[in-house]
Design a protein around this ligand. Structure first.
Ligand code: ZN
Length: 218
């Protein structure tokens, strides 16, 4: 194998965060929401999901137990718990923690949705390539790492196909020796965008401008 390392580069997948705010066990509890202002706005009971661990020390939170209370003539049921570590969870902080979790979850859902839409676009671009490319690629891959999937097209021993592809679909083609050796094969590549999807097409050919195209070191 003597493939160029070039074509393997791309968007590296994001490393998973060491302290993922959504990781770990959770608990679902009923808490009081009294609004964020100073005025009395009554009480609204909210059921929220929070970490099962204390945000201050990381120790386990206590087990929640139901608690009923009366306010303004109405009865409400909430959950209360005592943390073994002694840190107190105020409802306002619990609500903020739950809201932060929801925001992270919504952000991830939106990113996943966007990735799906981009993959669909990449498949559409793939269909167009198959229908319209001057030469059929030897292989065509959708690389989906990261938020921006891109197409990788390989043309076996056919630098002209790469150039023609770039001319046909719009892109920039270039050629250079694949290695520093004097007898190095030539790496021809083209990059561009097809219906909003990035592509890279490439081929390896023999160093001599041999019309017949003898051999590649694929
Ligand atoms: Zn604690």
């Amino acid at each position: 194998m003597n493939e160029p390392t070039q074509h393997l580069s791309g968007t590296a997948p994001a490393p998973s965060a060491p302290d993922d705010p959504l990781a770990g066990p959770t608990m679902t509890v009923r808490v009081c929401d009294r609004g964020s202002g100073r005025d009395y706005v009554g009480v609204t009971i909210r059921t929220v999901t929070i970490s099962a661990h204390c945000p201050t020390c990381g120790g386990p939170r206590g087990a929640a137990a139901g608690h009923r209370f009366c306010e303004d003539g109405a009865w409400y049921a909430v959950d209360r718990w005592d943390n073994p570590c002694g840190h107190i969870d105020y409802y306002s902080a619990v609500l903020a923690e739950a809201a932060a979790r929801d925001a992270v979850a919504a952000e991830r859902a939106a990113a996943a949705e966007e990735t799906r839409a981009r993959l669909v676009a990449a498949i559409a671009a793939t269909s167009r390539i198959i229908a319209q490319s001057p030469a059929a690629p030897s292989s065509l891959a959708i690389e989906a790492a990261g938020l921006h999937p891109q197409l990788k097209l390989y043309f076996h021993n056919n630098a002209d196909a790469v150039t023609e592809f770039a001319e046909h679909f719009g892109g920039t083609a270039s050629a250079r020796p694949h290695t520093d050796r004097p007898d190095s094969s030539i790496y021809t590549s083209a990059t561009g965008e097809l219906d909003g999807v990035r592509y890279e097409a490439w081929s390896l050919t023999a160093p001599q401008a041999d019309e017949a195209g003898t051999e590649t070191d694929r």
